[in-house]
Design a protein around this ligand. Structure first.
Ligand SMILES: Cc1cc2nc3c(=O)[nH]c(=O)nc-3n(C[C@H](O)[C@H](O)[C@H](O)COP(=O)(O)OP(=O)(O)OC[C@H]3O[C@@H](n4cnc5c(N)ncnc54)[C@H](O)[C@@H]3O)c2cc1C
Ligand code: FES
Length: 282
């Protein structure tokens, strides 16, 4: 028997309702949503690292990473930075308000290939949003993975996303270390101060049997990749997720095309060896 989802067109947006809103930072909110038809979520089939197109009638649509792990059933979560037209309107939504969602799109983090390995997650700012789907997937299947190290930084304490995860939930999970840093000294903060790439080099976590996964602002990723290279990681083992303007999400419009790749279908998750094959302007 075919489900509703299997017969639907991949571009079809489904109505959904906001069920919870968390103020993460001054410009980031996390929205928990449920589809109005529960069968849609049951058959959505999202995997860690995939995205969805969120839309509001008469305003527009935007590609957003699904920040919740598929192991967390019954809802989807999106952490959204207020940056322009659509994201500003989404930030005005209240619990009970409607939006539409189509997807899931793109490839996913290689959670199967990572089984049995140690995981090193390195994120900056809202870059923790896509990684969080994988971190929770790994922690919810804890015995399938080795040691987990999470290095996360933001400009200030106020700019740290998911404080309930990084300070409370994740450090309580066995063999899981969370290292948090902010860019500059600030009153009331007695944790680490400095940029994420320098903290990575300072911590120098063991690299044997370890898969590093990173996401953050381009300048952070650039220096993190240099650091991982110095630590002896192979390009094939270094995973990141790219972000660029998208329209269709299914490889039709050409908006996200770089060389031979369409970021929406070949990505957004790539290893460093694949990124080095992309045209130099990227
Ligand atoms: C694969 C992928 C995953 C993403 N995940 C998230 C996420 O989890 N959370 C989140 O908050 N955002 C995420 N984004 C970015 C998000 O799609 C944009 O912020 C959003 O489209 C902005 O829409 P807007 O209408 O509010 O802004 P607009 O009014 O369209 O634009 C405002 C300004 O932002 C610039 N801009 C718009 N989109 C992008 C972009 N993708 N990259 C760089 N600059 C852009 C515009 O050029 C313009 O200057 C993701 C993007 C991609 C492609
Ligand atoms: S967004 Fe249309 S081809 Fe990728």
């Amino acid at each position: 028997m075919c489900s509703t989802r299997e017969v639907a067109h991949p571009l079809l947006p489904y109505p959904a309702t906001v069920t919870k809103i968390i103020d993460e930072t001054p410009d980031v909110k996390t929205f928990q949503v449920v589809f109005d038809d529960p069968a849609i979520l049951e058959n959505f089939g999202n995997k860690p690292g995939q995205c969805a197109m969120l839309s509001i009638l008469g305003v527009g649509e935007a590609m957003i990473s699904i920040t919740s792990s598929p192991t967390r059933k019954g809802m989807l979560e999106f952490s959204i930075k207020k940056i322009g037209r659509l994201t500003s309107v989404i930030h005005e939504l209240d619990v009970g308000d409607k939006l539409a969602i189509r997807g899931p799109y793109g490839n996913h983090f290689p959670f199967d290939m990572m089984k049995g390995k140690n995981c090193l997650f390195i994120a900056g700012g809202i870059g923790l949003a896509p990684l969080r789907s994988l971190i929770d997937y790994v922690l919810d299947n804890r015995d399938d993975y080795g040691r987990v190290d999470i290095i996360y930084g933001a400009r200030s304490y106020a700019d740290l996303c998911f404080k309930y995860d990084i300070f409370d939930r994740w450090p309580k999970v066995k063999d899981t270390n969370v290292y948090v840093t902010i860019d500059r000294e600030e009153e009331g903060w007695d944790g680490h101060v400095g940029f994420v790439p320098s903290y990575l080099e300072e911590l120098n976590p063991p690299s044997e049997d370890t898969i590093p996964v990173t996401c953050g602002p381009p300048i952070m990723i650039k220096f993190v990749l240099q650091g991982l290279d110095k630590m002896g990681y192979k390009d094939e083992d270094i995973i990141t997720t790219l972000e660029m303007n998208m329209r269709c999400g299914i490889g039709k419009c050409g908006r996200c095309n770089i060389g031979e790749k369409y970021i929406c279908v070949d990505g957004p998750v790539f290893n460093l060896a694949q990124i080095k094959q992309l045209p130099p302007e990227f």
